[in-house]
Design a protein around this ligand. Structure first.
Ligand code: AMP
Length: 565
């Protein structure tokens, strides 16, 4: 397939915001894609080279992309920089310079999708002396052969800023539609995706041998999408929803998925990045477990055994950064509170009911690895008692679990329900993503930071919807740090998958997740979340670097929180 065809489709997608229309545009493109191409095309659509756990990131910074544009088109670095300042998007600049080349290349080849992917892969993986110059050279060669529209998307892709606004749910719909003309394969595709977190692999398998999709199996070193929790606001509601259930302590640590096969051990974060090197103490104990293969999940946090005190995620990470992994491990050793077992020696546990998996969880009573504390609750009084004992220990709250539910990879289902401690009377928090920010006025002018616009996720519409402007709760340091981060991800127009009636001074890539406290949820006509939900008195609590877009609060959860008040 010609890359130009892909570029034209991207252009159409950019101009569309309705999910149905996007799905049909994508399905049309998929129909013309070969099984060899589809996996790579899906990665490009996701704006990645490979799933994050491969550790291969797209790799060319702005400065080098400018150099490549300049060397391919004959414009000076200064001209490219000025254009970038003016347009705010290097993709648009590349398109402009390629259209008006000063320097024509000697021979031109039409760009093929597979070739583009392979060159991007090479650019990402080149290392060692002289590698930067050769990355620039490879990229400039792509630009030499590019049409203006292709240049726009090549540049945005290599910078990791494709922002087509196409979510995974839309890609899954389009795959089914392209091959069978309807959505009948949607659920099977989604399950396969959720248990391997590799949409390119799922797409390729589906195009090559669809019969393999329903029997996709969990396997070591293919992390599963983490199950997500719903939220209710009282013990009574939990019992009404689940009946007799398992109530576990909710540890506010670092969620990890541990995989072992023979001697090899890997640890994945909640965002499914490979974090093995950060946890040598955990790796050693996982390696010595009495199973050939195992996949399990737990929450890691520093623990002061003498004082029976748990440290939060933020404190744990801060200690490890400040004192180094070795030192921090000695002083306040890490404990991993195991809360689910997903696979053991060739047997996939994900479809087994939690009560069976919990029996495996309880086998963990080692040094670093321990079973999360849990007890059966039959009524609201027992749930409340467990909740109070969690809070007394300095924990975040409890996690109630449906004893009969399978592991709901990648989904927010009522298999897990969290009940969290409020930060004060009438105060609760949500996790929202920053979509834009304001410059400071008055006393804030010196920080050039006046607050952020945040959004939650509407999973039915597969889009982000605004819920609050957050302007308080930041320390001076936090303002400076956040401003610095936001500047790097500023984009020239509203993200494509965001519904907003509000303007900001600067739009940003939606990727920084923050925890926001508020007094009440009201209905305003200012915001787009659900029926126009808005937070009253929103204030910043902390950044949640461990969370990605997939983890942010959903509109449904907001509705639940509103009922709880
Ligand atoms: P939240 O981040 O508030 O949506 O809560 C869900 C998170 O709680 C999960 O992603 C886990 O990281 C964490 N967690 C802590 N303790 C448990 C537990 N016992 N069972 C499941 N998840 C837990």
């Amino acid at each position: 397939m010609r890359f130009l065809k892909v570029a034209h489709t991207f252009e159409r997608l950019e101009k569309t915001s309705g999910r149905l229309e996007m799905t049909s545009i994508l399905a049309q493109l998929f129909k013309e894609t070969s099984p060899e191409e589809i996996g790579k095309l899906v990665y490009i659509l996701q704006g990645i080279l490979l799933p994050s756990y491969y550790g291969v990131d797209l790799g060319l910074g702005e400065k080098f992309v400018m150099e490549a544009i300049s060397s391919s088109t004959g414009y000076s670095r200064k001209e490219v920089e000025d254009c970038y300042k003016h347009k705010g998007d290097l993709g648009d600049c590349a398109e402009h310079f390629v259209k008006n080349r000063r320097q024509l290349s000697l021979y031109k080849e039409e760009l093929e999708l597979l070739h583009v992917y392979d060159v991007m892969y090479k650019i990402a993986t080149l290392s060692g002396a002289g590698s930067v110059q050769s990355k620039i050279k490879h990229f400039a060669e792509l630009l030499n052969n590019a049409q203006p529209l292709e240049a726009r998307y090549l540049v945005r892709y290599v910078l990791g800023r494709l922002r087509l606004g196409v979510g995974d749910p839309t890609i899954l719909d389009a795959l089914s539609l392209a091959k069978y003309g309807d959505r009948s394969w949607r659920d099977a595709l989604e399950r396969a995706y959720n248990i391997c977190a590799d949409l390119g692999l799922v797409a390729r398998t589906f195009f090559e041998s669809p019969e393999k999709i329903p029997s996709f199996k969990v396997q070591p070193f293919k992390p599963l999408m983490p199950a997500l929790a719903e939220r209710l606001s009282s013990p009574e509601e939990i019992i009404k929803k689940l009946g007799c259930c398992m109530v576990e302590m909710k540890y506010d640590g670092f969620r990890m998925q541990c995989h072992k096969q023979g001697e090899r051990v890997e640890i994945y974060s909640r965002k499914l990045e490979r974090m093995t090197h950060m946890f040598p103490d955990v790796v050693e104990e996982v390696r010595s477990l009495p199973y050939k293969e195992i996949i399990f999940e737990g929450e890691a946090l520093a623990y002061n055994e003498r004082e029976d005190r748990y440290y939060s995620f933020q404190e744990t990470m801060h200690r490890r950064r400040k004192h180094g992994i070795e030192e921090a491990s000695k002083e306040f050793p890490l404990r991993v509170f195991v809360f689910d077992v997903l696979y053991v020696d060739g047997v996939d546990f994900t479809l087994k009911p939690y009560k069976e998996r919990r029996a495996w969880v309880e086998k963990f009573s080692y040094n670093v690895l321990r079973a999360s504390f849990g007890a059966i609750a039959e009524n609201a009084r027992q749930v409340a008692k467990l909740f109070n004992s969690a809070i007394k220990k300095g924990l975040e709250g409890i996690m109630a679990k449906d004893l009969n539910a399978p592991y709901t990879a990648g989904k927010r289902k009522f298999a897990w329900i969290k009940l969290k401690k409020s930060y004060g009377k009438g105060m609760d928090t949500i996790d929202a993503v920053i979509v834009g920010y304001y410059l400071g006025r008055g006393a804030r002018a010196q920080f050039e930071f006046g607050g952020v616009l945040v959004a939650v996720y509407n999973d039915e519409k597969d889009r982000l919807e605004t819920i609050a402007k957050v302007a308080s709760g930041f320390t001076e340091e936090e303002m400076v740090e956040l401003k610095r981060q936001l500047e790097k991800i500023t984009i020239p127009k509203k993200p494509n998958n965001l519904a907003s009636n509000i303007e900001v001074d600067f739009w940003v890539e939606p990727q920084i997740v923050i925890e926001v406290a508020y007094d009440e949820i009201t209905i305003s006509h200012l915001h787009t979340a659900g029926k126009g939900y808005a937070l009253r008195f929103p204030r910043f609590i902390q950044k949640r670097e461990d969370k990605s877009l997939a983890d942010i609060t959903t509109v449904k959860e907001v509705e639940e929180l509103m009922k709880g008040k």
